[in-house]
Structures are given as C-alpha cells and as structure tokens.
Design a protein around this ligand. Structure first.
Ligand code: NAP
Length: 250
C-alpha cells in the first residue's frame, strides 16, 4: 500500500491556502494547515477536510519567526511523518501607498513576512527532503504574484518587490537542489478574490480593475490551487525553477 504523502501549506486558514489545503486533502495527502492568528478559520478548513474523510492537523505558527518555523516542522515530523510537499503561501499586504510615504518598519515587516518566511520554511523542508540529507525528495511550490512583474506602482511597490525576491528564490533554490530530488516551482497569481485586498485598504479592488483584465474577471482561490497541485505532483516531473502565471491574461 502506498504511504500517504504529507503537505505543509503555510497560511492555509483562508484564501488561496485554504483552497489548496482542501484540494490536497481530496487527493489523499495528509495536510498541515498552518495559520498565524485566525484559529477559527483554520479549524473550519480542518473540519471540512475531516468531514470529507481526509487527514489534517492545524498548527499555529508565525512563519516570520525562526523558532516558530522550527517548532512547526518538528510538529509535522511527530504528528504526520516525512514531508513530501511544502507550499510557501502565507503572505501579507499593507495599505496602498506611494513609495515616498513608506517607512523602513513597513518595508522590513513586509520582507520578513513575505521573504524571510519562505527562506526558513524552505530550509527546514530541504533538510528533510534532500537526498543529500537522507531524505527521499519532494517538491516546494512558492506563491509569488503577478506583482513581481508589474511592480505595483502607486499601490505597493514593497509587496511587489517581496514577490520579485520569491521569483529569484525559486530559481536559485531549484538549481541548488535539482540533483537532490527536490523540485522548486512558483505560481504567480493576480487579482484573486480573497480577504487580502481589504488588508491593502480596498476590498473591492478587483471590481475596479476588472476592465483591464483580458478575461474580464478576477480569479478564484481554487483556480490557483489547481496550479499549485500540478506543480507539486508528478505530472510536472520535468518542471523546476519555473513559473505559472494565473492572472487572467494580464
Ligand atoms: P489571505 O486571504 O489574506 O490569507 C493569508 C493567509 O496567510 C492567512 O491564512 C494568514 O493567517 C496567513 N499568514 C499571514 N502571515 C502569516 C504568518 N506570518 N505566519 C503564518 N501565517 C500567516 O491571502 P491570499 O490572498 O490567500 O494570499 C495567499 C498568497 O497569495 C500570499 O502569498 C499572497 O501574496 C499571494 N497572492 C495573492 C493574490 C490575491 O489577489 N489574493 C495575488 C497574488 C498573490 P491568519 O488567517 O491566521 O491571519
């Protein structure tokens, strides 16, 4: 009998992460749902997965904190077993602002939450997955953003730059661990219906921008989850260091 694969999805209580957790659970993965503060949302995702016959745990951990990331991975080791897939998804957005109004504190918090977190989660995953360390390989999927290409002028250049760093992390790490059984790829969504736009100060941002999206609509978290799942699965076995844009054509 095949052993059940294990996936960690950071920031899986809401939005894209929650849709991804449900998709992987439906594909017979044991899922770790990580969240930072909204336990109720994470528990709701877990209850749905368990109700549908899936296996999951919820783990509170701030992925911007190195000790909390270490505890997160140790919890997975103990409760679910060897990790097969890491989805670096947790991310934050600050209210829309021009660059001349940005403080160093704002930029630093963006970078710690959106970049350092992906580095330390990837480090813990590589230590477990790499054949160099006795692991059996695996896949890492990073959630970047179309903002890495657009730069998000007049809205959030800091956020866009953090996602540009994720594109570079994806390429560099993919090449670093390619011969060690680990594939590293990236999805770059744009204009997805989640709570994140409210954090940016404009809950209806997608409605405003719809006319400039070639497909004339926003995307759904489930549509991003499908690409993440494909990049984590053996169906994409010849892809590494690659990017999948899910932006409605923009
Ligand atoms: P969301 O609905 O705002 O959800 C964000 C999730 O991340 C929440 O579950 C939150 O936990 C978690 N989180 C944030 N900081 C965390 C931390 N330090 N430690 C652990 N968990 C943390 O966001 P989303 O729209 O689904 O975004 C998911 C990813 O897609 C992000 O990387 C985002 O940049 C990217 N993205 C989104 C869009 C879009 O249009 N929505 C477009 C491009 C890229 P709590 O629930 O506990 O707060």
């Amino acid at each position: 009998m095949n052993k059940q694969k294990v996936v960690l999805i950071t920031g899986a209580g809401r939005g894209i992460g929650a849709a991804t957790a449900k998709l992987f659970a439906g594909k017979n993965y044991a899922v770790c749902i990580n969240y930072k503060s909204n336990a109720e949302a994470a528990n709701t995702v877990a209850e749905e997965i368990i109700h549908n016959g899936g296996k999951c745990i919820t783990v509170q951990a701030d992925v911007a904190s190195e000790p909390e990331v270490v505890r997160l991975f140790e919890t997975i080791d103990k409760q679910l077993g060897p990790l097969s897939v890491l989805v670096n998804n947790a991310g934050i957005l600050r209210p829309q602002s021009r660059l001349e109004d940005m403080t160093a504190d704002r930029v630093n918090s963006l970078l710690v939450n959106n970049v350092t977190s992906y580095f330390i989660c990837s480090r813990e995953a590589v230590k477990r997955m790499s054949t160099r360390h006795g692991g059996s390989g695996g896949a890492i999927v990073n959630v970047s953003s179309g903002a890495a290409r657009s730069g998000s002028p007049n809205e959030y250049i800091d956020y866009a730059a953090s996602k540009g760093a994720i594109d570079t992390l994806t390429k560099g790490l993919a090449l670093e661990v390619a011969a060690e059984g680990i594939r590293v790829n990236c999805v770059r969504p744009g204009f997805i219906y989640t709570d994140m736009h409210a954090d940016g100060g404009e809950p209806d941002r997608i409605e405003r921008l719809k006319p400039i999206i070639p497909l004339q609509r926003g995307g759904y978290p489930e549509e991003v989850a499908e690409a993440i799942y494909w990049l984590a699965s053996d169906k994409s076995a010849f892809s590494t260091g690659n990017y999948v844009d899910i932006t409605g054509g923009i």
